[in-house]
Design a binder for this molecule. Sequence first.
Ligand code: ZN
Ligand code: ZN
Length: 429
Amino acid sequence: MKSLRLIPLALMLTTTASSAQDPLARVEQEAAKVSPAMIEIRHHIHQNPELSNREEKTAALIADYLRKLGLQVRTGVARHGVVALLEGGRPGPVVAVRADIDALPVTEQPDLPFASKVRTTYLGQEVGVMHACGHDVHTAVQLGVATVLTAMKADLPGTVKFIFQPAEEGPPPGEAGGASLMVKEGVLENPRPQAIFGLHAFSEMAVGEIGYSEGPALSAADTWEVKIVGRQSHGARPELSIDPIVTAAEFIQALQTIRSRSFSGHEPGVVTIGTVHGGQRHNIIPADVTLTGTIRTFRPEMSVLAEARLRAILKGVTEAGGATGEVVRYERGAPATINHTELTRRVVPSLERAVGKQHVTRVPPAMGSEDFSFFANEVPGFFYRLGQVKPGTTSGDHHTPTFLADDGSIPVGIKAMSVLILDYLSRPR
Ligand SMILES: [Zn+2]
Ligand SMILES: [Zn+2]
């Protein structure tokens, strides 16, 4: 673990605010000043990734940095969450901004100088650990935003709550964690923000570009597990069996009618079967088959409908085949992330000011999911995408070993989020 050079921090804190200066120019200046140190922090976090609910050292680094900035820091929120409060020198509203800090059980393709070589045990398996979703970038950006706004503290009209969230990717089975636990532990109280903001590095967008959706932005994610129980027999004597593989095949086909027949053509949704497990040998009809999958929707009533249809289809096809079907679990994960319409319209011009109007694009909602929604279901929220791909290069998809976020996204993210927050606080309703 190399030592972090955080010397620029002291220099930045001595900078006195000049109220005469254009705030955008001031943010630009402060963001440029802090970015090299934040890139260094990002490299350190990237090289030392920690899985969901295990972000001990990452949280310590964050808390240490924020304390040195002079913020009021709370640690141990939802296990390894860190929350810091910056009170501006002028009265104004309270807003929150959230970054997630956890990594994934993915083995990095080691061609970066700061690639992760960390290995650990996850669910009994030895795995590599990698920031394969860009949460290292989010953390560095948000520390940068805290630095920029602290440097402008005297002129800051209001309060900013910085939320560093663990376990966005979901806690290990049997553990609580992530945004929902933070909300349960009162992260949105004392003081309660009137809006919350967040961003996500995006593997299909170039550095310098920003994308956003108004209204639905990211889907809800349900997961399910189904078991179909038949009767085992010799592979040559199907008449003695109740074949769960044939029944599973019918279930697989019929499940697709949820999307195609039960949803309107205008209703976004995905029904995916991710695993099918059954059988030991080519000449044995097995006793049972287990299937798991995910269903993505944007409206809670569609999730309810999808679950009801899944249960009905399972009951129907298993009855027809003489088998029995059991929904072992149907779990609702993060709800859909819906960007508050009025808030979106209010803050997008700030992003345009920060990075240039031509670099801010309205994009269709994505079928991925984010637990930012637990915050955005409590207070109006806005979540946008930050381009991460260095022009002339490519990035693998999120959660894969070739996922690659360029350092260039960090200064852009710092500037965009700082301007957004500053503008919001400066122009209360
Ligand atoms: Zn992810
Ligand atoms: Zn992510």
